[in-house]
Design a protein. Structure first.
Length: 386
């Protein structure tokens, strides 16, 4: 079948759907192969992984032109469309790891983790892609089954719609022939995991997340989770005394320290089992922080605590050397002196002499007498020598 230049009838993209999933469903509607579809758009031999990670320049724009779908929405169906929020940039940068994972601190004090080299690192993009899927989403849809962009990166553990854990699968994305004969039994996700994943889903779909003291941008949320993951993977030799907190979290999660890793490597480069156990530990850490069971030592741990009640303003402690303070005191003393001078001839005379301050000329005396008269001080109290 030949493909028309425009695709007036096509399935609409679903919330959170990966771009290759949507294209595969469009290709299925036209009864053609995904490669034929992308070839018709002028891009040869594009695989699902490339489409979902970083499609060629102009690909999303051409797709928007043909389908009439929103260009920004199409770009967000690939990981590259999430820069700079989910990841800083698609191009590898030697500073990327440090910039992304060390700007914040939650569990460990700021600066406690030592610098690390992670050449070619890109946030959340696994060295070896492993697909996972929600068994209930698959069971309730038809082939080619829609699949989520987040199912291809080690960021979420569960399906925010069905509340069950994502299950690994090894077939072509969109096809779950093995699951049709032997479907995995859905395992309910722990409340701590669901709480973290539902915030991540909110970040992906609404662009922000509600934390106890305030709302944070999606980019901040992704960096907070990645920071906690990095802290949980910090060797005990670097942690010092705060390492007790790290051990406490791993104990609570039920896995060995650092998910049993004997040497340091990035989350993205770790085996899937380590990634999943570390994500579970991150969810546990957030729950323990929010319930005040543990106290984070990092500067950003406050984002997991309710905002303290606003203190009632009871005035500043005066700076007794400031000009404003000294001037206020002088005004107060002058007003007291005037009040005293209105009924006390001696006080009136002292004030008169002070205001004249060594001036003896007639104009100065008359000016000062006039000022005191205006202030209500009887001038007949006063004697003066011109
Ligand atoms: Zn689901």
């Amino acid at each position: 079948m030949s493909v028309s230049r425009r695709w007036p009838v096509h399935p609409a993209p679903l919330p959170g759907e990966a771009l290759s999933s949507w294209l595969r469903r469009i290709a299925d509607r036209y009864d053609i192969d995904l490669g034929v579809l992308t070839s018709d758009m002028g891009h040869e031999l594009i695989g699902s992984e490339e489409i979902d990670t970083c499609p060629p320049a102009g690909f999303a724009r051409e797709l928007a032109r043909r389908t009439g779908a929103d260009l920004t929405r199409i770009r967000r169906m690939s990981l590259s469309g999430w820069a700079p929020w989910l990841l800083d940039q698609m191009e590898p940068d030697p500073e990327a790891f440090t910039v992304y994972t060390r700007q914040l601190s939650v569990l460990l004090p700021a600066g406690r983790r030592r610098p690390r080299e992670a050449p070619g690192w890109r946030a959340w993009l696994p060295t070896k892609q492993t697909l996972r899927a929600c068994p209930r989403c698959v069971a309730t849809s038809k082939q080619p089954h829609p699949y989520q962009l987040m199912w291809s990166v080690p960021l979420m553990l569960s399906c925010p719609f069905h509340g069950c854990l994502l299950e690994p699968h090894t077939e072509v994305p969109g096809y779950f022939v093995g699951w049709e004969y032997s479907p995995p039994r859905p395992k309910p996700a722990a409340a701590t995991v669901l709480a973290m994943d539902r915030r991540t889903w909110r970040a992906m779909t609404a662009g922000s997340v509600e934390l106890p003291p305030r709302q944070v941008h999606a980019g901040m949320w992704f960096r907070l989770i990645r920071t906690i993951i990095d802290e949980l993977a910090t060797p005990a030799s670097e942690c010092g005394a705060p390492g007790r907190l790290i051990r406490r979290i791993w104990e609570e999660t039920g896995y060995p320290d650092r998910a049993g890793q004997t040497f340091w490597r990035t989350h993205e480069d770790s085996p899937l089992s380590v990634q999943l156990h570390t994500l579970e530990a991150a969810a546990t850490a957030i729950d323990l922080l929010e319930s005040k069971t543990v106290t984070g030592r990092g500067l950003d741990a406050a984002l997991f605590l309710p905002r303290p009640p606003m203190p009632v303003y009871d005035g500043d402690i005066p700076d007794r050397t400031s000009i404003a303070y000294l001037w206020a005191r002088a005004c107060s003393a002058f007003n007291e002196a005037v009040e005293e001078a209105r009924g006390n001839p001696a006080a009136a005379q002292a004030l008169f002499d002070l205001l004249l301050y060594r001036r003896k000329d007639a104009s100065a005396i008359q000016e000062t007498l006039g000022q005191l008269q205006d202030l209500g001080v009887p001038v007949d109290y006063l004697s003066h020598k011109e």
